[in-house]
Ligand binder design. Structure first.
Ligand code: APR
Length: 327
């Protein structure tokens, strides 16, 4: 009986693989939904694996976080920006090379069958691999914005701050604040001068006391100008509207959904599966199974190895690292 069961399991495994190969042969509009698992072979830890970023933050205990996810929580950031900026250089995309998975996504695009890559990753390795149809659902370090005046700056302007663990404050905010403080000072001086002239006229005419000036609430609350934060989506922040716009459009065209290297723990990206028509087949490629996910085909194992094997079986050639890194 066990031999029969093993054979049946092998056959169902083989049919799963042959089904997957047939789907890749026929699909014309593939959505690839990717997560941190496609960058682990580049040396970038994922978040929730046993050796992932959150486990590291917990074990290090260096940042006194109640929950490691606080590192990427907007409310915590507003209170303690120094914590994120003392950590950010560990995740800042520097000299990483795209993995076979990134290059496989580029291969799909080169073959004209990639509708869009929805990535949750902020390492920009998809773009480095030459993928143009990529939507960075959780943003990236490519730009940074002031939390107060929303002025957006190119990401590299805050790189020196990230590398030296300093908090970048907003220059335009500071100029605006200084100008307003100057104007307020001049206005108060004017008022004091005017009160001085009027003193002999009528005793008690308006108190005009100095303290009146202090009563006006200083718009800056005496605080610093705006803090600049990389445009990566923190917990507690909404995704860019582009995510909904793309999904609304793509759901009409997609004919295969490939979910790769993600635990699908974070909405709204994890809900993409429910927004795609049930008629669209779903292939899940991941090191570990994910309880709440019921794809049509589940290929468990190392993502790089699986996409490399699939490409070989399909007679497709994943571009070598050098070719895509400079394309
Ligand atoms: N091959 C295949 N799968 C892998 C590999 C690999 N080499 N390495 C890791 N994985 C799998 C893990 O088993 C895990 O299921 O990738 C998944 C990564 O899951 P997470 O660490 O939760 O990362 P991700 O799903 O991308 O997180 C989503 O959570 O913290 C937020 O904003 C952050 O974008 C991130 C979001």
């Amino acid at each position: 009986l066990s031999r029969i069961l093993r054979r049946r399991e092998r056959l169902s495994h083989l049919s799963t693989i042959s089904q997957a190969l047939d789907l890749f042969r026929t699909a014309r509009n593939i959505i690839v939904l990717s997560g941190a698992g496609i960058s682990t072979s580049c040396g970038i830890p994922d978040f929730r694996s046993a050796n992932g970023l959150y486990a590291q933050l917990q074990q290090e205990g260096k940042y006194e976080l109640d929950d490691p996810q606080q590192m990427f929580d907007i409310h915590y950031f507003r209170e303690h920006p120094e914590v994120f900026y003392s950590f950010a250089k560990q995740i800042y995309p520097s000299n990483f090379t795209p993995s076979p998975c990134h290059r496989w996504i580029k291969l799909l695009e080169d073959r004209g069958v990639l509708l869009r890559n929805y990535t949750q990753n902020i390492d920009t390795l998809e773009s480095l691999a030459g993928v143009t149809k990529v939507l960075q659902c959780h943003g990236s370090f490519a730009t940074a914005s002031c939390l107060r005046c929303k002025t957006r700056a190119p990401g590299p302007t805050i790189e020196p701050y990230i590398m030296s663990s300093q908090i970048p404050y907003c220059g335009s905010c500071r100029q605006k604040r200084d100008a307003e403080m100057e104007a307020k000072k001049a206005y108060k001086a004017e008022r004091r001068k005017a009160r001085g002239k009027g003193k002999g006229k009528a005793k008690g005419w308006g108190s005009g006391s100095e303290s009146e000036d202090e009563e006006e609430e200083d718009e800056w609350g005496g605080g610093e100008p705006g803090i600049i934060k990389p445009d990566i989506t923190f917990f507690g922040q909404a995704l860019d509207s582009e995510f909904d716009e793309c999904l609304f459009k793509d759901r009409e065209e997609v004919d295969l959904l490939v979910i790769i290297g993600t635990s699908l723990k974070v909405a709204p990206v994890s809900e993409v599966l429910t927004h795609i028509p049930h008629s669209v087949p779903q292939i899940f490629i991941n090191l570990t199974p994910v309880a709440h996910v019921h794809p049509d085909i589940c290929l468990l194992g190392d993502a790089d190895s699986i996409v490399t094997w699939l490409s070989h079986e399909l007679g497709w050639k994943i571009p070598p690292p050098a070719a895509v890194a400079h394309s």
